[in-house]
Write a protein that binds this ligand. Sequence first.
Ligand SMILES: [Zn+2]
Length: 644
Amino acid sequence: MAISKTFYITTPIYYPSGKLHIGNAYTTLYCDVLKRYKSLQGFDTYYLTGMDEHGKKVETSAQDAGVPAQDHVDRIAEETKKLWTLMDIEYDDFIRTTEKRHKTVVQTFFEQLLKQKDIYLGHYEGHYCMHCESFFTETQVGPDHICPDCGRPTQLLKEESYFLKLSKYAKKLHDYIIEHPDFIQPESRRNEVLAFIDNGLNDLSVSRTTFDWGIKVVSDPKHVVYVWLDALTNYISALGVLDDEPHLYEKYWKGDEVLHVVGKDILRFHAIYWPIMLMALDIPITFKLYAHGWYMMKDGKMSKSKGGAIYPETFINRYGLDAMRYYMIRELPFGSDGLFAPDAFLERTNFDLANDFGNLLNRSVAMVNQYLTGQVTQKNAQTAFDADLEDQLAHTVIAYDKAMDAYNPAAALQEVFTLISRANKYIDETTPWVLAKDETQHDVLENVLYHLIESLRVIGILLIPVMPESSRTLFGYIHADEAHQTFESRVFGAQPLFNVEKKVTPLFPRLDVKKELEALKTPVEKPAEAEAETERTPMIAIDDFAKIDLRVGVVTACRAHENADRLLVSTVDLGEETPRQIVSGISKFYTPEQMVGKKVIVVANLKPVTLRGERSEGMLLAGSNAKTLEVVELETLNPGDSVR
Ligand SMILES: [Zn+2]
């Protein structure tokens, strides 16, 4: 027996910060589709997903919830697994960074890198946003030291930290990327990474002393390992890289094909930090990296921190899993962003699934029952249209494989639906209902119906990776033999005879778009995760306060920031000649429409800054606590009036 080639595919490990939305679920589904495809191609596959469970945010939310951090992450891991079960994700392993098998590997690697001086002790200094728990550079925070992500003030923080010598490996990594043109896909992302390396790499801070919830540095336990060195290691710790007999590691990491799938926002960490870590550890870089785009909402980027996030459960529970799997894979083009719009979802379900695919099955099976006796075989009685349908089928199989091999299941689905359309057109061309009236045309009629059922069998096989449940149901209706549900049997004529079921229940009922849109408007979202703000501010004198010019303004227009999901861009009339543009980190709590018309208090003499490409000429006052944020509003004053 031939030894199968191996295929190892991974999602990033997810951070337990709340409920996963469609953007997160996309990565996991995408990997599931490729894994199923490769398995059908005969690969020996291994699919890894999991959770990144350390960090200050986890520590803080556990404290807020009054539970031990481990209990907190245990609960979220269970919820996450439930979602993957609901979505029929066939992962082989679920790694959690709080597991011993992972911690040991991280600690061993850390000490090894320390010993060989690729990790050294230094000081980390940066502008720290408490809210986002991130350090930013001078350039990122601008002259006013404003967090580029949320618009809040940052503070200069200096702490002892271990660093990984990225700079030492920059040249080697650059050469590697040049020598391996398919290492990073799509190509636009590869160029982005090369440009980033060319700008010079700063050494990476890999430890923290400001919180405890992490993997302790063995030789210096007041430090915990910080984010990427911990998280990225999961791809090999899960394979038991340091086991006495690392079977999985030898088989899959050193196997034929390894693919890390990530969202474009974490491309850099996977394209730069991870390969450099591997180089330093003298572990072969065997993976390819695919960075996908995001699903956007009609009014901007979808995210947990924004009211408009869509959760997969809503759609799965209402319209079935396969409709959801189909839409998610079909609508996100390779390497770019896509739109997740409920109306488009409903229309695709109606047009593609109910009309084109579902109807083809219903009509074909119904005609085999009506014009024959439920049994159909191939007859030597051709119509002028047979060859074209057969050609299309052969072409579809080739094009489908080519798209899937290029990690592009959206394009592969398009190919399948071209075949489905062709088969529907074949019914119109051959008009079986006319043939049925003429006894002398019986063989032609049977041959036509055979063409339809046989095409459906191949369509069913091609749809297995994306819509496994519908494929199984289809095979049941036409009684496709098990031997003829395989990739090898994707050839016209492979199954010579079918006994179809008497009746077909439509796979995808037609939806009333208007009614469904109304139903979907009912909010299903949980309240935002609590966020603790524990900053203490120093005392100031009255003349410090007097320096602040507070004035009344009216918001005359407002829109979402294109490049930052926390930000809204408001136009505010302060009674001056031209209105001001003000960027605020409030989109989690206000829609642009809600902002328009508000009479707000503006810090009018704040130095203008540019936040993610948008100029901000002032600041709106808002109050906030762990749960919510409220913009301070006035009622009767006029634009330009002063506030003291
Ligand atoms: Zn921030």
